[in-house]
Design a protein around this ligand. Structure first.
Ligand code: PPS
Ligand code: MG
Ligand code: MG
Ligand code: MG
Length: 320
């Protein structure tokens, strides 16, 4: 088994971070506004602290490229928020001080290099605030290729009535889903072409994060006639990997034509789908570039599929 230690550490860290997030969610979190006007919560900071602490201890030489940083949190007017974050972190790491917490968060300020981790402590913060889907997303990238991906989706409903999924993939070794509450890992397989009931497509809840009218037109062009399934965060990748949808489309929003996708919004999800037999590319069929920087400057839009319809989707995009 390759990357055994990386997989073990990533699973333990993402599972712990998911626990922290669920604790915050039960307490009804408040949104804090970031400089770019997007929301962040004490759970985003706490989850980044917990995961970075674990990665720094196990792999001290690996940079971590995370979404959040502690710059604002260090300001005196944020002391109360930092106290709250520290309180949630202490439930998992009792000796943690506020200084530890900000230091661990800023361990996530690393740069893309030949080997690095990328972390989205909460992907779908808006979904998290709405008590909808969200994901803790962690991936290891080597020489531009995602090697390990772990996606914790604490609000994901499972067959059989439980809630909470952990999706795990290692390059060349397949993808599995294990309930966050524990149990046997189940092998993931994307939907087959003849599984009509699951031949659906997923897209973001937030209309401004895509182009919903074009997404619908492309889905129809490849024979998907049912309405989209709208889900927050990289949970969408988990749904495609589990064979519960054939396609996830994320086309550039007409409102933000210059938007570029972040590596942490896709790395973990992409390997989970690929290892379940699916395909991931940008809207021109180009591979996602995880080798350059935190934003994928040369990619536009995201297409995630079960594989069988991928070329058809790219062809439909070229025509529309
Ligand atoms: N304009 C635009 N276009 C595309 N994507 C954008 C845009 N603005 C933000 N973001 C990123 O969207 C991430 C949330 O993913 P989703 O859209 O799938 O979920 S959600 O519907 O917003 O909950 C969200 O990730 P988090 O910040 O981690 O929640 C953002 O990185
Ligand atoms: Mg995100
Ligand atoms: Mg995030
Ligand atoms: Mg964010």
């Amino acid at each position: 088994m390759t990357y055994a230690k990386e997989k073990e550490v990533a699973i333990a860290a993402a599972t712990a971070a998911a626990k922290l997030c669920e604790q915050v969610r039960a307490d009804i979190p408040q949104a804090i506004e970031k400089k770019d006007k997007s929301p962040v919560t004490v759970a985003d900071f706490g989850a980044q602290a917990i995961i970075c602490q674990a990665l720094a201890a196990a792999f001290p030489d690996d940079p971590v490229v995370g979404e959040e940083d502690a710059k604002e949190l260090r300001k005196p007017e944020m002391a109360e928020t930092l106290t709250k974050v520290t309180h949630y972190v202490q439930a998992l790491s009792p000796d943690a001080t506020p200084e530890d917490v900000t230091r661990w968060i800023d361990h996530g300020n690393g740069q893309v290099s030949s080997r690095y981790w990328t972390l989205d402590p909460i992907d779908g913060t808006k979904g998290f605030l709405r008590q909808d889907q969200y994901a803790v997303a962690l991936a290891l990238v080597e020489n531009g290729e995602v090697k390990v991906g772990v996606l914790a989706c604490p609000a994901m409903p499972l067959d059989g009535g439980q809630t909470g999924a952990l999706y795990v993939a290692v390059r060349g070794e397949g993808a599995t889903m294990v309930p966050l509450s524990g149990g046997e890992p189940q092998r993931l397989q994307v939907v087959m072409a003849d599984d009509v009931a699951n031949f659906r497509f997923v897209e973001s809840v937030e209309a401004a994060h895509g182009d919903q009218s074009k997404q619908n037109a492309i889905a129809q062009a490849v024979g998907i006639t049912t309405e989209s399934f709208r889900v927050d965060s990289q949970a969408k990748y988990g749904i495609v990997a589990s064979g519960k949808a054939a396609l996830y489309l994320r086309l550039p929003s007409p409102k933000y034509p210059d938007y570029r996708e972040n590596i942490w919004d896709h790395a973990a999800g992409a390997i989970v789908v690929e290892e379940a037999g699916g395909r991931v590319s940008d809207m021109y069929g180009q591979p996602l570039n995880f080798a350059e920087g935190s934003k994928m400057m040369n990619n536009r839009g995201i297409v995630v599929s079960n594989g069988t319809i991928h070329d058809q989707v790219i062809a439909a995009l070229a025509e529309n």
